[in-house]
Design a protein around this ligand. Structure first.
Ligand SMILES: NC(=O)c1ccc[n+]([C@@H]2O[C@H](COP(=O)([O-])OP(=O)(O)OC[C@H]3O[C@@H](n4cnc5c(N)ncnc54)[C@H](OP(=O)(O)O)[C@@H]3O)[C@@H](O)[C@H]2O)c1
Length: 333
């Protein structure tokens, strides 16, 4: 109850920000003192990712946008440059549902020889229909989780190296959702997520968002063990009427959104938590945590389960090795 009132009133938490804070507001202090940082933001062609890219570029961050629709990416780049003519934006192609495409993007990015300070694993889908990726994996799990797992794995050394060379902490942010807490322990089964017998779009989405948090927890643990100067956290952006929700047109969805319109965030409010965790000095050194409304928050008991996080990481790593070998793609993790 207290939490709901805090949310509705937009009362600031310990960070000094709350549910109504915008991405511009939470990054205001970061703007002057910033050396050139480089960020990769997935899913930046619309919604929360597009606003995150706009605001980071405005704050002087070089933004790399891997996109499956390059036309949309070019349009976004033009919009950003209109507002921030000195912005540095690099566009590249990726289909996060395809392991081969993620690998290709990483190889191309690494060949540019750029540093990498920030990785925002933001892209996401919500599909009511059961579909499979080219790797024959359920599409939501493949896009929201597996693609980002491989992306992170292939870019991690570059981030560690950049942090060592510059002394600036690297930061990885996984976009999750409060919906992760709907997942029951007995339904969180790896083989079923790859190829479900009984598909339910909401459950598949919630499972992928739980996997995003468990991934952040396990990588945070591994980075700490290595003493690496890179953090990884998960965020819930809030409920924002972006493409992911607009895809579910219909009287019931529209009516629910009309009724719940007071609970919805604007896109800029939705991008604020990612931007806060990516740039604020207050989040320096914080790793393996879950943020909502620009403050540390509680995730479900299952999302906090260390053994579950390790198991998921091991299964995923084995699967990716197998699949990339099958495709005859030499892969070094
Ligand atoms: N909106 C909400 O209320 C809400 C709530 C909780 C969490 N989230 C999370 O926030 C993140 C951003 O969502 P959003 O609301 O901004 O959704 P959105 O407007 O639908 O944007 C999704 C982005 O992901 C990209 N994408 C989808 N599949 C891809 C693929 N296979 N390869 C590369 N890019 C792909 C889309 O590219 P295209 O432009 O090519 O489609 C788009 O840029 C997601 O992870 C979502 O789960 C959103």
């Amino acid at each position: 109850m207290k939490e709901t009132l805090r949310y509705l009133a937009g009362i600031a938490g310990p960070s000094g920000f709350g549910s109504k804070s915008t991405a511009e507001q939470v990054t205001q202090i970061s703007s002057n003192s910033m050396v050139q940082l480089t960020a990769i933001i997935t899913g930046a062609t619309s919604g929360i990712g597009a606003e995150t890219a706009r605001v980071l570029a405005k704050r002087g961050v070089r933004v790399v946008i891997p996109a499956r629709d390059l036309k949309k990416a070019v349009e976004l780049k033009e919009r950003i440059l209109k507002e921030s003519p000195n912005a540095k934006i690099i566009l590249s192609e990726i289909d996060l549902s395809s392991l081969a495409s993620v690998k290709r993007f990483c190889t191309e990015f690494l060949a540019l020889g750029l540093p990498l300070n920030i990785l925002i694993n933001n892209a996401g889908i919500f599909s009511q229909k059961l579909e499979f990726s080219e790797d024959k994996i359920e599409m939501t799990f493949a896009t929201n989780y597996l693609g980002h797992y491989l992306l992170t794995e292939m870019l991690l050394e570059k981030m560690i190296e950049t942090a060592e060379q510059t002394g600036i902490q690297g930061r990885i942010i996984n976009l999750s959702s409060v919906i992760h807490s709907w997942v029951k322990r007995d339904s969180f089964c790896f083989s079923q997520m790859l190829n479900p017998n009984n598909y339910n779009g909401t459950r598949a989405y919630a499972q992928s968002k739980l996997a995003n948090i468990l991934h952040a927890k396990e990588i945070a643990r591994q980075l700490k063990a290595k003493n690496a100067k890179v953090t990884i956290n998960a965020v819930h952006p809030g409920i924002v009427k972006t493409g992911i929700i607009r895809a579910h047109k219909g009287f019931i969805t529209d009516s629910l959104f009309f009724i719940a319109s007071k609970l919805l965030k604007s896109t800029s409010q939705g991008a604020s938590t990612s931007c806060y965790v990516a740039l604020s000095q207050k989040t320096e050194g914080i790793s393996g945590k879950y943020f909502a409304d620009c403050n540390e928050s509680n995730c479900s008991a299952l999302a906090n389960d260390e053994s579950q996080a390790q198991r998921l990481w091991r299964h995923t790593r084995a699967l990716i090795h197998r699949r990339l070998q099958v495709c005859n793609i030499k892969h070094q993790l």
